[in-house]
Design a protein around this ligand. Structure first.
Ligand code: F6R
Length: 256
């Protein structure tokens, strides 16, 4: 638990940076969205060496060309890739313009496998509980595939499309829940009061395909970093605070 969104970003950037320093050839799993903007600002300001890193993004809208300002490829280029020394050819975002989306999904899965799997995967959470674009009832073993977006998600992302949910693409290519769970470490971030209820369900509720983020409970190395507002509906707060203040793995992160 951190006091605000800036502190969440600071801790997340510190964690990612420590992984990159420890393993300069890290395979990074990346996410887009508003929560991540601050994280990428901080990573870009840290003078890290990304030259041997490879990256895989979670998802991309279908039918939005890479050069379009709404594409997730464009988001990544702007917020991170052009600001650090990562080799662009080593950055991967699913191709939402592929003629054969099934083949593109299979290619993406193959690329992740050939890279040796993802070392650390950054995740945000949608108001409907998605990770990536795994909307409610996504199979917990799902792989990269085409997915229709829920009205909740299209409303959540409308701000980036002039406030009009109908302009938000209706479909996306997304890593599956099963793909995400294969990453060696997961880092879920959430900020703001709009996420409080879904965070509590995902973290403390039963594992259910209705809330894809609840599947993270199955992962042995998953960290959840929240600001006060996003943490406000959790019931075991006292325990989480104790763990953060006392467990050795959080040493060095308490001041960030
Ligand atoms: C983005 C993604 C989504 C977002 C989630 C939260 O690549 O996969 O799951 O992480 O929708 O978005 P924000 O941060 O905008 O609230």
């Amino acid at each position: 638990m951190r006091p605000d969104a800036e502190a969440v970003a600071a801790l997340a950037a510190e964690l990612m940076a420590s992984r990159i320093r420890a393993n300069p050839g890290s395979v990074l799993g990346l996410a887009t969205g508003r929560t991540m903007e601050r994280v990428y600002d901080r990573l870009a300001a840290m003078d890290l060496d990304f030259s041997n890193c490879r990256s895989f993004n979670l998802d991309e809208y279908i039918g939005v060309p890479a050069q379009d300002e709404h594409s997730y490829r464009h988001y990544m280029d702007e917020h991170l890739f052009r600001r650090v020394n990562i080799v662009r050819a080593n950055t991967h975002v699913p191709d939402g313009m592929a003629a054969d989306l099934g083949a593109e999904a299979a290619r993406y899965e193959r690329l992740i496998r050939e890279a040796g799997g993802i070392d650390v995967q950054l995740l945000g959470i949608g108001e409907a509980g998605h990770i990536g674009f795994n909307e409610p009832l996504s199979a917990l073993m799902s792989r990269t595939r085409e997915k229709a977006l829920t009205p909740v998600t299209r409303r959540q992302n409308a701000a980036m499309f002039g406030g009009d949910p109908d302009r938000v693409p209706a479909r996306a290519l997304t890593m599956g829940v099963g793909t995400i769970l294969e990453a060696r470490e997961l880092l879920l971030l959430a900020t703001g009061p709009a996420k409080a209820e879904i965070v509590a369900k995902a973290v403390e509720g039963p594992i259910t395909a209705m809330i894809s983020a609840s599947a993270l409970q199955l992962h042995p190395r998953c960290k959840v970093v929240l600001d006060e507002a996003a943490a406000s509906s959790l019931t075991q707060r006292e325990y989480y605070d104790w763990v953060f203040q006392n467990e050795p793995e959080w040493e060095g992160y308490r001041q960030s």
